[in-house]
Design a protein around this ligand. Structure first.
Ligand SMILES: Cc1cc2nc3c(=O)[nH]c(=O)nc-3n(C[C@H](O)[C@H](O)[C@H](O)COP(=O)(O)O)c2cc1C
Length: 200
């Protein structure tokens, strides 16, 4: 499927066919594509929890006010992010560059984030959002459906997955095959309203 078709065909799918699985090869391909998403300073804040344990799924469903896609979808991925990734051995993020590049980039990265809690959190969420869209479009390109979700008690889900300190949950994504199409689009704002030239 070409990119524009995938963009147009991706919808938030709430009902999944319970006898459709995602092959391991497709899952791996989608996740490898996700790893190519952009992040500031190449920090790659994202961490992904693939929930395969049915009991854990049920507990997450309870924390998500019973939303059915949590247990119906073939796969459930919790998109987490490490707000402290900027300081966690950042040399790794520039490992393939030469010493000269590293000597410029690493102190720059440190100075940009150090002591700026809000920015650290914003960046973790930005990175995770980039990963989310890549995941959903890659899945669609391979014929799968997804739903991004924030309708859950984050603290409860954090406890269920043992979320480490300094990490956050940005969203959950369900992945599988729709057994019912999405409703017609609810109402897109016109481009003229959201696209500005030069300033507000
Ligand atoms: C961050 C985020 C959180 C969302 N949370 C939920 C959710 O908890 N449950 C749900 O059914 N849909 C959820 N959605 C899906 C949106 O309702 C949906 O993306 C939006 O209505 C546009 O529809 P479309 O994705 O089919 O174009 C969420 C979407 C985003 C981007």
């Amino acid at each position: 499927m070409d990119l524009f078709t995938a963009i147009e065909a991706r919808r938030a799918i709430k009902h999944y066919s319970s006898n459709e699985t995602v092959s391991e090869a497709d899952f791996e391909r989608i996740m490898q594509a996700v790893l190519l998403s952009p992040t500031s300073y190449n920090i790659q804040h994202w961490r992904f929890v693939r929930v395969t344990d049915p009991q854990q799924r049920s507990r997450i469903q309870e924390a998500a006010w019973g939303q059915t896609q949590i247990t119906e979808a073939a796969e459930l991925i919790i998109l987490c992010a490490d707000t402290q990734a900027w300081s966690d051995d950042p040399q790794r993020y520039w490992a393939n560059t030469n010493a000269e590049v590293q000597s410029v980039m690493l102190p720059m990265l440190q100075a940009f984030y150090e002591g700026k809690g809000q920015l650290q959190r914003d960046e973790a969420l930005r990175s995770s959002g980039m990963a989310a869209q890549t995941l959903m479009l890659a899945a669609k390109a391979l014929g799968y459906d997804t739903c991004p979700m924030i309708g859950f008690d984050s603290e409860q889900v954090a406890r269920i997955i043992n979320l480490p300190a300094g990490h956050l949950i940005s969203m959950i994504i369900t992945l599988g095959k729709a057994d019912r199409p999405a409703n017609p689009r609810a109402g897109q704002l016109p481009l003229e309203e959201v696209l500005l030239e030069n300033s507000y």
